[in-house]
Design a protein around this ligand. Structure first.
Ligand SMILES: [Zn+2]
Length: 90
């Protein structure tokens, strides 16, 4: 299964973080960027044979412990994210 992040999360990293020795860190405070994995659904209902339909995806949610607050995994869990708002992580 592939790992995904949201477009919003990608933008957050681009604007807020820099590459540290052990991963992403905050540009201003050097705090290590935190992440949690939450399961979401993506895609749309299958209308034609061969359509992939709604799928479960694991999405990484990223935050800075100094400047932001931890995402509420319980609230996020199972919510739908459009495919266009997801980026695949390598
Ligand atoms: Zn920060």
């Amino acid at each position: 299964m592939f790992m995904y992040a949201t477009i919003e999360g990608k933008k957050f990293i681009e604007n807020h973080a820099k590459q540290g020795t052990g991963g992403w860190v905050c540009k201003t405070t050097d705090a290590p960027i935190q992440q949690i994995t939450v399961q979401h659904t993506t895609g749309s209902p299958a209308f034609e044979p061969g359509d992939l339909g709604v799928q479960n995806v694991d999405v990484q949610h990223l935050w800075c412990p100094k400047c932001g607050k931890k995402p509420d995994a319980k609230k996020l869990q199972g919510s739908h994210i459009a495919e266009m708002n997801l980026v695949r992580l390598h």
